[in-house]
Design a binder for this molecule. Structure first.
Ligand SMILES: *[C@@H]1O[C@H](CO)[C@@H](O)[C@H](O)[C@H]1NC(C)=O
Ligand SMILES: *[C@@H]1O[C@H](CO)[C@@H](O)[C@H](O)[C@H]1NC(C)=O
Ligand SMILES: *[C@@H]1O[C@H](CO)[C@@H](O)[C@H](O)[C@H]1NC(C)=O
Length: 305
């Protein structure tokens, strides 16, 4: 066989293999995508936050507050009213309403996607905490059982949205989407800061009956996210080694940021690896048992042919 054809064949066969097993190594590179797809990808996280905060504060979610935003997507499973003190109750109510606003904004600016199926049961959060601590907590962690529990669970949500927005902005094309995402990012990072500050006030307190401090828990949750994301150190707890604090001079770390005190950035691949709890953007699980929606997240899901 002439070498030319042999090479062509080789090329074709590797192309086919690559197509069958396209996802054998983790990617940390940004993927080029249309503005609308990048913003709609973020909607998955906004849905998760909306349902978790609204259920925690009111015992009901978007199906009651703004059903049209779900665009026919299934109701979430397992959310309930949390036992919250006055301050946390008011804050979570506010965050829940803010999420409705964010979803409306995206819906009106670029169009919405159907709400993905989400599992926000105590058990799902319990599994995240077990994974982060490397042991099965007994009794299982229940985010709905107190203000501290709910804040610790909330620690998991806006931060992921924040890093995703930071990752999306450099890829955006149009002025109007940059404007929208900048404004979403501003409030998302505010939400993260509020949750972290409220947790920081309890950083030395032990979460019983587990005997582990709130500060330590935030570090473990952040390590778990770094581990699942597979793209390095992008996540820090509320009390850290001085080396990781602002200017290397403080252990207090109410904001998670790099050594220039700039926000960390994550790609949609990293984000799905984290929120699926599988470390694999092609294998749904965790909060999204059937995967996230929109073009970007659906393109990751491996469908055998
Ligand atoms: C929700 O997640 C929990 C914990 O993994 C699981 O036990 C339960 O079956 C899930 N429910 C649904 C409806 O997916
Ligand atoms: C976490 O716990 C360890 C002991 O298990 C302790 O040495 C460390 O200082 C704690 N870190 C934080 C941030 O609380
Ligand atoms: C931050 O870290 C990077 C890489 O670790 C290093 O090149 C850079 O000089 C550091 N910058 C500051 C301000 O410490």
């Amino acid at each position: 066989m002439p070498i030319k054809y042999y090479l062509l064949l080789l090329l074709l066969s590797t192309a086919v293999t690559a197509d069958r097993q396209p996802f054998s190594y983790p990617s940390c590179k940004p993927i080029p995508a249309r503005d609308v797809d990048l913003v709609q990808f973020a909607m998955n996280l906004e849905f998760l936050e909306a349902e978790f905060f609204l259920h925690g504060a009111f015992g009901k979610g978007l199906d009651i507050f703004a059903p049209y935003l779900a665009r026919g997507g299934p109701s979430p499973f397992g959310g309930r009213k949390a036992r919250l003190d006055h301050v946390v109750q008011s804050v979570i109510e506010e965050l829940g309403y803010e999420e409705i606003g964010h979803l409306k904004a995206i819906y009106e600016w670029v169009g919405g996607i159907p709400r993905p199926f989400m599992n926000i049961s105590a058990e799902t959060f319990g599994e995240v905490f077990d994974m982060a601590l490397g042991r099965k907590l007994m009794p299982p962690f229940d985010p709905y059982s107190s203000s501290i529990h709910f804040l610790l669970a909330s620690y998991l949500l806006p931060y992921v949205g924040l890093t995703g927005y930071v990752g999306a902005i450099p890829l955006l094309d149009r002025f109007t989407t940059k404007d929208l995402v900048g404004r979403l990012l501003g409030v998302e990072s505010g939400q993260d800061a509020i949750v972290r500050t409220l947790l920081y006030q309890h950083s030395g307190k032990k979460l019983e009956p587990y005997g582990i401090t709130v500060a330590n828990l935030t570090n473990k949750l952040s390590w778990a996210r770094n581990h699942l994301g597979k793209c390095g150190h992008k996540d820090e707890g509320v009390v850290v080694r001085k080396k990781l604090g602002a200017e290397g001079r403080t252990r207090t770390n109410v904001l998670s940021a790099n050594n220039y005190s700039l926000a960390y950035s994550r790609t949609p691949q990293e984000i799905t690896r984290i929120v699926y709890g599988t470390g694999n953007e092609h294998v749904p699980g965790g909060f999204y048992p059937r995967g996230a929606n929109g073009r970007i997240a659906r393109s990751f899901i491996y469908k055998p042919r």
